[in-house]
Structure formats: C-alpha cells, structure tokens
Design a protein around this ligand. Structure first.
Ligand SMILES: Cc1cc2nc3c(=O)[nH]c(=O)nc-3n(C[C@H](O)[C@H](O)[C@H](O)COP(=O)(O)OP(=O)(O)OC[C@H]3O[C@@H](n4cnc5c(N)ncnc54)[C@H](O)[C@@H]3O)c2cc1C
Length: 300
C-alpha cells in the first residue's frame, strides 16, 4: 500500500463520524429498513437483485445477538411483504459466534425457520480466519436441515481449496470472494496475482462440480476470466450469478446486466454502519484521500 494510504488508513479512526458518514453514503443503503427497501426497489427496477445485510458485528452480549436475530427476521418479513427481489446475508459474529457457537447456531436456526417459511435464501457471510472453522461447521449442520442456504469462501486462504473440495460433494451454493480481512502469510496468499490465480482455480472446481456460484468481485481480470469460463463450459444463466457491493464499480455491474448475466448487489444497512464503512475506505485509496483532506476541513 502507498505510504500516504497507509497513513490515511491509520488515521481513519480519528476522522469525525459525520465525515465518515458522508463518504459512507455510497456503500450503505441507510440506517433504517425503509432506506433498504428504497435501495432494493431501485436496483430491482434496473434488473439487479439484492442480498440485504443488517450491519453489526463484534457484539459482546447474548441480548445483542438476539436483537440481531430479530432484525434479520424483520428483514425476511419485509422482503416478503414488499415483494423485493432480495435474499438475506448474515454474519455469525453478530449472532453470537464468539460468545458460544451453539447459542449462535440456535439463533441462525431461528432465522432459517422464518426464511424457509417464505422460501427465501440465506447466505452465511465469512469473517476473519478465527471464525472459518466454526462458520463452516454451523453451515454444514444447518444446510442439511435448510437447503436454501449458502456460504462464502475466501480465495486468499490456503485452506479454502480443501474446504471447497469437501463442500462441493454436497452440492454447496457458494459465494466466492477474495477475502477482505488482513490475514498472516502463514495461512493466506499475500500477492494480488496469487489470490487471483486461486480465485480462478476455485471457481473452476465449483462450476465443474455443478455448484451454484455467486462470483463476488469487481476485479476486471476475474470478471473476464469468469465470463470466459462460463462460455467455455456452456453454463446456463441459472447456474451462477455475479455479485458486487453497493457503491462499487456501477459501470461494471451495468455492463454485466447488459450482457445478460444475473447480478446481485450486497446491500448493507443499519445503525452499525461505522466498522463496515471503514473496511470499504481501506480498500479504496481514492475515498480515503477525500477523508484525508476532510481531516483538515472539519466543516465538511
Ligand atoms: C457481494 C460481495 C460479498 C462479499 N462478502 C465477503 C465476505 O463474506 N467475506 C469477506 O471476507 N469478503 C467479502 N467480500 C469482499 C471481498 O472479499 C473483497 O474484499 C472485495 O470484493 C474487493 O475485492 P475485488 O475482488 O473486488 O478486487 P479488488 O482488486 O479489491 O477491486 C477491483 C476494483 O474494484 C474497485 N473497488 C474495489 N473496492 C472498492 C471500493 N471499496 N470502493 C471503490 N472501488 C472499489 C477498484 O476499482 C478496484 O481496482 C464481498 C464482496 C462482494 C462483492
């Protein structure tokens, strides 16, 4: 990372919240479910579907986990009531993974009960490597009970090839992404090209095994490799989808829609927008640069 960007990233926590909120506007639908509905409607009108995520992580109490569970259930009721073309993404740490995996699994099960009543698909988000084994274990148990579920895997982790080899045997529905957390060199590829190569290798493993894949990237190299693979394998439009984040590379998403691919946008919303927004800024030096300037213009 460029030295200035390193500095910007290090100083981000000192940036006043209103400044962060201003720049976060492009990445989050808003703070309320009404904001989320409005964003998903706009996307649906463009021919793009969504996956809604109530922002929240790093909780420390069971009450917070239960509140998060109830919020996800509220989203499921809303998707059905408003007839939105959207599914739900859930983060297991916000549902108590770090408190007690069994308690977390119970919370997830409650969500899946509601989702299955509506026939709505639920995606298990993948967090940092301290969560990988527990997330996969809970997913495998609950996927056997509730098949309309899928998991995320991260191309930067060495272990992912092994995990995918095991999960394709049960027809798992995957979201494949590079991975957003900082992981040590002992367990994860560090070089961009290595992560890209592993992404392509994993995608081929999944698609050749007949798994449905949400190809989650804004990297043109990977989008081109994926579209070439899809053509080469003669896949139908209902065997994969592209997935992107709200606010990132809208021109690429429009191009994919024009070419006839299914595209789904990750639409996060909720009061806990701060941590999510900081991760997005760290990925995007340009926005981080704006914040840097704003640091010296406190009236923004
Ligand atoms: C739908 C979806 C779900 C995801 N779920 C998870 C998950 O469960 N777990 C996890 O660890 N990670 C998740 N991620 C994040 C992912 O792992 C990457 O960190 C992120 O997508 C950036 O990687 P990239 O493949 O887009 O490539 P990059 O090389 O990072 O980006 C390619 C290009 O996209 C643009 N771009 C990328 N990020 C931004 C940004 N923030 N602002 C503006 N432009 C940008 C830039 O032009 C950049 O050159 C998800 C990503 C998506 C799209």
């Amino acid at each position: 990372m460029h030295l200035l960007n390193k500095f910007v990233v290090a100083t981000l926590p000192a940036v006043p919240r209103p400044v962060v909120r201003f720049f976060a506007g492009r990445y989050i639908a808003g703070e309320t479910i009404a904001h989320a509905i409005r964003t998903v409607r706009q996307l649906n009108a463009e021919g793009v579907c969504a996956t809604l995520d109530v922002l929240g992580e790093d909780i420390t109490t069971r009450e917070e986990a239960i509140a998060a569970r109830n919020q996800s259930n509220e989203v499921l009721h809303t998707i059905a009531r408003e007839k939105l073309d959207s599914n739900l993404s859930i983060k297991l740490t916000s549902l108590g993974l770090k408190i007690d995996p069994a308690f977390c699994a119970d919370n997830v099960r409650e969500i899946l009960k509601v989702a299955s009543g509506y026939g709505t698909f639920v995606r298990f988000y993948m967090e940092d490597s301290t969560c990988t084994t527990d997330t996969i274990e809970i997913f495998r148990t609950l996927n056997a009970e509730y098949p309309k579920t899928g998991i995320v895997v991260q191309a930067y982790l060495f272990r992912t090839e092994h995990d995918v080899a095991a999960m394709v045997k049960t027809g798992t529905n995957f979201r494949l992404c590079k991975g957003i957390y900082k992981e040590p060199k002992e367990i994860a590829f560090q070089k961009r090209e290595e992560v890209q190569q592993n992404f392509v290798r994993l995608l081929r493993m999944m698609l050749s095994a007949g798994s449905y894949v949400g190809i989650a990237t804004h990297d043109s190299v990977l989008v081109d490799a994926a579209t070439a693979m899809i053509r080469e394998m003669g896949l139908r439009k209902d065997q994969y989808e592209f997935q992107m984040l709200l606010g990132v590379r809208p021109e690429l998403r429009k191009k994919l829609v024009r070419e006839g691919h299914k595209v789904r946008l990750y639409v996060p919303f909720g009061e806990h927008w701060y941590g999510y927004s900081l991760r997005r800024f760290k990925e995007n030096p340009e926005v981080a640069g704006y914040i840097f300037k704003a640091l010296f213009k406190r009236n923004v």
